[in-house]
Design a protein around this ligand. Sequence first.
Ligand SMILES: Cc1cc2nc3c(=O)[nH]c(=O)nc-3n(C[C@H](O)[C@H](O)[C@H](O)COP(=O)(O)O)c2cc1C
Length: 167
Amino acid sequence: MNDALRWITQRRSVRQFTGGPVPQEKIIAALQAAMAAPSARNLQPWSFLVVTDEKTRAAVAKAHPYAGFAAQAGAIILPFGKKEGSKWFDQDMAAATENLLIAIAGLGLGATWCGLDEALQERIRPLVGVPDDLYLFALIPVGVPAEEKPARTQYDEARVHWERYRG
Ligand SMILES: Cc1cc2nc3c(=O)[nH]c(=O)nc-3n(C[C@H](O)[C@H](O)[C@H](O)COP(=O)(O)O)c2cc1C
């Protein structure tokens, strides 16, 4: 299997962490991968907030009903940007976020994409000083994995239509 397929299939949601620190150079390498993503007109609407401070991590973890495990992560990355007037914002942000997750797996770290709706964004913005006009796209706990998951594709032939839709 080539390297790209290997790391794409190896990327799994990791929710258990040793609590060990995440080296800053690995975070930067993962952010380089995120910012290599395609974006409409190459507008790159993304920015990334990296939280390593223990107290802030705990507060952010507590604010999300399905991301409590973020308190044990070494870092939390929040991709964000100005959504207003940016027609392709969600697609661009998703491309960068997936690149980020694949790179994190390739760097021997673990992470999980945790979704943020408007209400959750409202709770988290003040904790990290992000103003109301910026959209927090996702909450990504990143840490040293304390669980191992098998690589897999979930490939399903029934979902592939060759040449024409066949109902
Ligand atoms: C938009 C989105 C939101 C998600 N939100 C959460 C979440 O709030 N908490 C969580 O533990 N996992 C969350 N996940 C992770 C999914 O549960 C996970 O990707 C899915 O079960 C497939 O498992 P895998 O990532 O190991 O392939 C989210 C994933 C996506 C793409």
